[in-house]
Design a protein around this ligand. Structure first.
Ligand SMILES: Nc1nc2c(ncn2[C@@H]2O[C@H](COP(=O)(O)OP(=O)(O)OP(=O)(O)O)[C@@H](O)[C@H]2O)c(=O)[nH]1
Length: 324
């Protein structure tokens, strides 16, 4: 059975290691293997979590999203071999803590594209920590911040004790990445299934989807990002749509920080859910049924440097061409 790789990311010092310790404290770690990626020759974070996770693997120095993707693959395959030899417990999930400067997209692409990893591992949840006391500054100065927030399936607010008021930040994050749960880290308990689950691959993907349906996204600019929301009532041509989306991501992937969609397609009575982060499109998830009576398709894009009007026009051309 394929193993979920959950990614914990967030800007430097946002509290990733602190969260990991809290999350895994008291948990039976038999079901979770930990990979930690740090800059610098001497890793520290793995020492901090070692008391709760003695088998933690420290990846070599360098950033897993760029320079050491090969090492990530090696580490994952080695974990499997050690599990098969009975050297470590039969974990059912891996958690990777990235460096604070990582862009999650290349990590997800490694998992999706590598023939040895595909089928053995799949993308679980991307959990992004946001330091509430420094978010505005980090967003302004560091493009990685937005890439991490856009890729998130869960947004965690840390250091709320050091921030005056988090209401504006919460609203901003929700506008950027609509429907993604936002949780304050102090409210997280060990074994939290919202964080240790597998997102859309979990037993209840419809719950995930219902969250987005509740959020009415409008096309708007938020800082450096443009959020573009498309909704349509007519069922889509699934094959034609796949061609359109693949070409879009191939040409403009680095400017499409995130796409998520719930689609009413002509070949099925039940919806299909899609997820993409930059060039990387996850395998579509076929839900058994619509979560409610609303059958409208919706697509939400988080863009950086791509005009939403162009995207909309391209989609209109596609829909006319492939009208079901
Ligand atoms: N006040 C406060 N401090 C926090 C909170 N969360 C983490 N910290 C502190 O912030 C510092 C950095 O936390 P880490 O967990 O090491 O952050 P990290 O994201 O793993 O850091 P890097 O790996 O260097 O990117 C530590 O001193 C933590 O104790 C919080 O919610 N409030």
């Amino acid at each position: 059975m394929s193993i979920a790789l959950n990614v914990i990311t967030g800007f430097l010092g946002s509290g990733k290691t602190t969260l990991l310790k809290r999350l895994l404290q008291g948990e039976s770690l038999g079901d979770t293997a930990l990979l930690i990626n740090e800059f610098g020759d001497v890793g520290i974070d793995h020492l901090l979590v070692e008391e709760v996770a003695p088998d933690t693997v420290l990846l070599p120095s360098g950033c897993v999203c760029c320079s050491i993707r090969g090492e990530l693959k090696e580490a994952l395959l080695t974990l499997l071999q050690r599990r098969e030899r009975g050297e470590i417990p039969a974990f059912k999930r891996v958690i990777l803590e990235t460096t604070g400067l990582a862009d999650p997209a290349p990590i997800l692409a490694t998992l999706n594209n590598d023939v040895q990893l595909r089928g053995r591992f799949h993308i679980g949840l991307v959990i992004t920590l946001v330091d509430a006391s420094h978010a505005a500054l980090q967003e302004r100065l560091h493009p990685e911040w937005l890439a991490q927030v856009a890729a998130a399936d869960r947004l965690l607010l840390s250091k709320t004790d050091l921030a005056d008021d988090c209401a504006a930040l919460r609203a901003h994050l929700q506008a950027l990445n609509a429907g993604t749960p936002i949780i304050e880290t102090h409210a997280i308990h060990s074994g939290d299934q919202l964080l240790l689950g597998e997102g859309l691959r979990s037993a209840e993907p419809a719950v995930e989807v219902s969250r987005w349906q509740l959020h009415q996204t409008t096309t708007a600019t938020h800082g450096a990002a443009q959020v573009c929301s498309l909704t349509f009532d007519q069922p889509l041509d699934w094959v034609g749509f796949g061609v359109w989306l693949s070409m879009l991501l191939r040409c403009h992937g680095e400017r499409i920080l995130r796409v998520k969609g719930l689609l009413n397609v002509n070949a099925s009575n039940a919806p299909i859910v899609i997820h993409g982060v930059q060039h990387c499109l996850h395998a579509p998830v076929h839900l058994p049924a619509w979560p409610g009576s609303d059958r409208q398709s919706r697509l939400v894009f988080i863009l950086r440097g791509l005009d939403p009007a162009l995207l909309r026009r391209s989609f209109d051309v596609f829909s006319r061409r492939f009208a079901a």
